[in-house]
Design a protein. Structure first.
Length: 367
């Protein structure tokens, strides 16, 4: 009889980093484990039909999202309480051998409920690096401190996508296993181009301040001011306040004719094959699997120095955001590496090793 695993997502199952990790686990291990899924939204996500095709159930405990900002903050604070109660009920009705949580500091509530209901393997899995206390408010520091204690008390396994993600989530002195995210070798592979490439920038990711698409637009403006005919494609969900800022910045900088906006379900491998530079000016980043995917296609990458260096497979440079868009533009032009594609060895992030590590965690073995 197969063991049952409850995967707890960070939000929904849209086409983004954590959902892609969850689907890599399900695709690779569904013959060994039965998977169900807990989401925090009522919105149907891109990966849900595929997940259901493997026979699992989807449960929902959506976050309350009121309009006024103070109420939104209150809703964020109360969600772990609601989540704890919801899971107590679910775990009383359904038996699980493993709970695998990916929902940031809300993991503490899930792990506590699972511990109370006797789930034997309780995994806290972090995918983000978090700013230090000096960059956060008193209330955020307090809630994270409480949540961290709860995670450490109730988890049987602590796992992260990078040492940085582990240190900023669980604490710098807390031992935790590292399971780097994998990429899909079937979709992301090297294809050489004939002749020099034009300068085509690409950024993939949810449109928000952390992914920093406004900075990429400023780099594009700087490139064009230097005589380049550079263009930019942005892939990701932009239906939010930050997305509106991106639209205004495009108009204000006179870039409407050289920027293309694509939805999150766009064909990302095809976009990478037609691009020449992947941009990732993230403010913080737990790992950055999109850099691995890009280098697997032979794409040159330009990332902020907050992105872990484990993502460098020979085709990435890392620059401080404090250098400003002008220096980023100069670095891209001076490198010249965008003119040709190069094959990079991405085997350290192949699916087989990733699945072996996940299997070990589910069986209660140390990494």
């Amino acid at each position: 009889m197969k063991k049952r695993v409850l995967l707890v997502a960070a939000g929904g199952m849209d086409k983004s980093g954590v959902p892609a990790v969850l689907m890599a686990i399900v695709r690779g291990l569904h013959e060994e484990y039965d998977f169900d899924l807990l989401l925090h939204t009522q919105t149907r996500g891109f990966y849900e039909p595929e997940f259901l095709s493997y026979g699992g159930a989807i449960y929902r405990c959506p976050k309350w999202r009121p309009g006024p900002r103070p109420l939104r903050r209150l809703a964020e604070l109360l969600h772990p309480v609601r989540l704890y109660g919801y899971l107590l009920g679910l775990l009383a009705r359904q038996h699980y051998d493993v709970i695998h949580c990916h929902n940031d500091f809300d993991m503490g509530a899930c792990l506590a409920a699972a511990h109370r209901r006797g789930v034997s393997v309780r995994v806290a899995h972090t995918h983000k690096s978090w700013p230090g206390d000096e960059h956060t408010g008193a209330l955020t520091r307090f809630t994270r401190r409480v949540s961290r204690r709860r995670i450490l008390r109730h988890a049987t396994a602590l796992v992260g996508c990078s040492p940085l993600a582990n240190a900023t989530t669980f604490g710098p002195e807390v031992p935790a296993g590292v399971v780097p995210n994998s990429y899909d070798e079937r979709r992301f592979f090297f294809t050489p181009h004939d002749g020099p490439q034009p300068l085509r920038l690409l950024q993939v990711g949810y449109c928000n301040p952390n992914k920093n698409q406004l900075f990429t637009l400023d780099v594009l403006r700087a490139l064009r001011d230097r005589g380049s005919d550079a263009t930019l494609t942005l892939i990701g969900d932009s239906a939010n306040d930050y997305g509106e800022k991106v639209g205004r910045r495009i108009r204000d900088l006179g870039l409407a004719d050289c920027v293309t906006l694509l939805p999150p379900d766009a064909d990302i491998p095809a976009a990478m094959h037609s691009a020449s530079v992947l941009m990732q000016p993230s403010v913080t980043e737990g790992f950055g699997i999109v850099l691995v995917e890009a280098q697997a296609t032979g794409l040159f990458c330009c990332a902020s120095d907050s992105v872990p260096r484990q993502t460098d497979l020979g085709g990435a440079v890392y620059l401080p955001l404090s250098d400003g868009p002008g220096k980023w533009a100069d670095a891209i032009l001076s490198q010249g590496r965008y003119r040709e594609r190069h094959p990079y060895d991405c085997s350290p992030y192949a699916t087989a090793g990733f699945l072996a590590a996940q299997r070990a965690v589910y069986e209660g073995r140390s990494l």
